[in-house]
Design a protein around this ligand. Sequence first.
Ligand code: NAD
Length: 407
Amino acid sequence: MPTPFEHAMNQLARATKLCSFTADFLERIAHPNRQIRVSIPVKMDNGSLRVFEGYRVQFNNARGPYKGGIRYHQDTDIEEVKALAFWMALKCAVVGIPMGGGKGGVTVNPKELSKRELEALSRGWMRALYEVVGPQKDVPAPDVNTTPEIMAWMANEYGKLTGDMSGAVITGKPLESGGSAGRGTATAQGGYYVFEALREKLGLPESCRVVIQGFGNAGEHAADIWTKAGHKIIAASDSKAAVVNEDGLDIAVLYEHKKATGSVGGFAGAQTIESSEVLYVPCDLLVPAALENQIRADNASRIQAKVILELANGPTTPEADDQLFEKGIHVVPDILANAGGVTVSTFEWEQNLKGESWSEADVFEKLKAIMVREAQAIFDRAKALNTDLRRAAFVIALERIQSAMQP
Ligand code: NAD
């Protein structure tokens, strides 16, 4: 299987065939500015020392400081982080925020660590990398398996090392540690604004049957937001299992069940199926909100959704994109659909720098204006170029980055 970075470069090549970019720009944008690997020693609870491998990839900062989350996962490596950093550069350009693209990670299964070990690892990540991050250099945030609490530990460690206690070095912090109202739900909320803006244009009914893969930060909030807006969540999954109920899942009860048991599987209000089967449940809207490479050439033909809205990064491979486009299944790409997270992260950074605190209503009003404007622009560009939404989003983002890179 191609690596996520090969997949990203394939997307780049396909999109850049449609419009003219300079050869110099295309060569430059295919390479990250900097890739850093660090060793993070952690004293474990049993007294032994374990060294974890950590990463930061700073892809492109033509439009502003590098920006992007930190992922803790046992399969994370620098190739994956590089792809995610590339997508971040494009994502920030898609929504027009003054940020570049970066991403971080640690190869670790955080579920195997105690809270004390997790804190030591997170503070260790910042100790190893504090010289290359900073409010005007590179501003990390949460991603898979990293939480507001972890962001607060990292911000605190950065403050101790540099004396900068503004918190603007990292976003996604808890409210009481300088976080922004709305950050927790921003990714799903932004995705919802995009969905609302495009729903009719993509031929979806007023009330949709929705399937969500992944029940973490992005997926869980999406389930809640779509339900409250009058849509029906008929299936949801996590890494262990999936649950289906054609009459609609009771999301609040499912959330409690997952909290109590560690998985959506076995939920009394639904039928439990294999986790991977969730993708093939017939629906109006499929929302991948887990990991990369879920919809591929070998399984795209089994998808029975009308529209796919990517809250996850990189869930659909380029070969699957082609199959879906031919079948008339629209894919609302990650760099638009999940950009609400980085947009509100940037609001948080701005509030920290200015010493301000905005209300949730203000945050969501600003977020909505951006997501609706850019969704419309991408839809129009896709029509004009007679292509899919992903290529159109890439073209718009790359044009913005190219113009920022010009001397
Ligand atoms: P999370 O750790 O909170 O949740 C991930 C969820 O995916 C968990 O429920 C996990 O069980 C599930 N999962 C993992 N492997 C799976 C599999 N093979 N099948 C089904 N489910 C699986 O992470 P998150 O923050 O919700 O991130 C999810 C995706 O959204 C990632 O691709 C991430 O990069 C992207 N994203 C997140 C944010 C954000 O603000 N959190 C912003 C932009 C993009």
